[in-house]
Design a protein around this ligand. Structure first.
Ligand code: SIN
Length: 283
């Protein structure tokens, strides 16, 4: 297999693999290393079925059920991300976020497969939190290293829930859960256990406030951090094609599904995986 970097900071396109065949131990190791090094890996023309997708996720960790968007009984860990041509709502994941960072144990990463994509648009953006940390001004580094951030599940809770017409996948996601409003504290800075690289662990969808500060006091600092993490230099933008597979590190990246394809259908299948605990990434 070959890894071709996509940007100067992160992301790689992997070629020379057929993931529908049995994946041997040396390829598994290479894929794990590729994810550690590049944080987002893209493999085209794979056309995986649900079992093959689950087997791929297992290389990186145990498939994890999304408590707010579970799949079918036979594949509870598989979230179907569908926007129909006639829908005029928001999209699932349509804002910068890391998946489920408001849980005690957020998933470690995800495998996303494209089933049907619009003729244009429907791209996904990623941002490297390692790049964002490396380029962060020193006063921010001093302020955040060793501090915690409170995360809450705003879209799924009660207190901060968006208006119903802006909610995507209404029928297949759990909403109005007061438990999602509970603050969960995670380190603002994580260290990758394999590469030793530091990265920010904040995102505008779920991060609420900085340890020792109120929501109001935190707001200007968080806004500046969100602006910084989404700078074009820290991002990559993926154009999907059917059959494509993308695997991302959910502790070291944020992502954003772009909602610019009204009138066209888009269907994706996602399996998140867990491995170890977030605490192992603490300094
Ligand atoms: C997500 O996992 O947040 C959605 C990604 C996408 O549909 O592009």
């Amino acid at each position: 297999m070959k890894c071709n970097p996509i940007t100067g900071f992160f992301g790689a396109e992997v070629t020379g693999l057929d993931l529908r065949k049995k994946i041997d131990t040396s390829v598994k190791k290479q894929l794990q290393n590729a994810l550690s090094e590049h944080l987002v890996i893209v493999i085209r023309e794979q056309w995986l079925d649900a079992d093959q997708q689950r087997a791929l996720a297992k290389i990186f960790g145990e498939p994890a059920v999304n408590p707010y968007a579970p799949g079918l009984p036979a594949y509870p860990e598989m979230t179907h991300i569908i926007k129909e041509a006639k829908e005029r709502t928001g999209v699932f994941g349509g804002g910068w976020h890391t998946d489920l960072s408001f849980l005690d144990h957020p998933p470690r990463g995800s495998v996303l497969c494209a089933i049907e994509v619009p003729p244009f648009g429907g791209d996904t953006m990623f941002s490297s939190q390692h790049a964002a940390w490396d380029t962060l001004p020193e006063p921010f580094k001093i302020m955040l290293d060793g501090r915690k951030i409170a995360h809450v599940g705003k879209p799924y809770g009660v207190k901060w829930a968006p208006p119903i017409e802006e909610q995507s996948m209404k029928g297949s996601t759990k909403r109005g859960d007061p438990e999602a409003d509970r603050e969960r504290w995670h380190p603002a800075v994580l260290t990758h256990p394999v590469t030793g690289k530091k990265g920010l662990y904040i995102n505008p969808t779920y991060a609420l406030r900085i340890e020792g500060m109120s929501e109001e006091m935190s707001r200007p600092f968080l806004e500046e951090l969100f602006r910084h993490t989404s700078l074009p230099e820290h991002c990559l933008r993926l154009r999907w094609s059917p059959g494509m597979v993308v695997i991302w590190d959910n502790y070291a990246t944020q992502h954003y599904a772009i909602n610019d394809y009204h009138g066209f259908r888009r269907e994706m299948r996602r399996v998140a995986f867990k491995s170890g605990r977030l605490e192992e990434w603490s300094n």
